[in-house]
Design a protein. Structure first.
Length: 133
């Protein structure tokens, strides 16, 4: 699947964002190593700590369906700038796609693609937790 196709799917997911507080829509499209695509949107809550980002929504949907190896995730928003994943989302991505790619796009069509490890070079891991991988 091309980056453009994955971005288009993420754009469709963004339309379903529930964001009555920030009015900041985010969509994500995640592709597994077997080619299956899962989408996510941000889901806000009056208690902001209960809000879930689009990226984690897509990843958690995939994991709940039995998929744990991901190749790439596209993240889009209604901002003019590319929307980078937060630290929590990066840590979750590191768990399931440490060698995967993140694709970002701005309103003008400029695409950025980088590895998860480039965004979070010192991710917490099982080794950090005293366990061997």
């Amino acid at each position: 699947m091309t980056n453009e196709q994955l971005i288009s799917i993420a754009m469709d997911a963004m339309k379903r964002a529930y964001c009555p507080y920030s009015e900041f829509r985010v969509g994500a499209a995640l592709i597994t190593k077997t080619g299956k695509v899962f989408t996510g949107c941000n889901i806000e809550n009056a208690s902001f700590g209960a809000t879930v980002c689009a990226e984690r929504t897509a990843i958690f949907k995939a994991v709940s369906e039995g998929f744990v190896n991901f190749q790439k995730i596209a993240i889009v928003s209604d901002s003019c700038d590319a929307t980078y994943p937060c630290g929590i989302c990066l840590q979750v991505m590191n768990e399931f796609m440490p060698d995967g790619s993140i694709v970002l796009v701005d309103k003008f069509g400029s695409v950025i693609e980088r590895r998860v490890s480039e965004f979070l070079p010192y991710a917490f891991s099982e080794v950090d937790n005293g366990k061997e991988k």
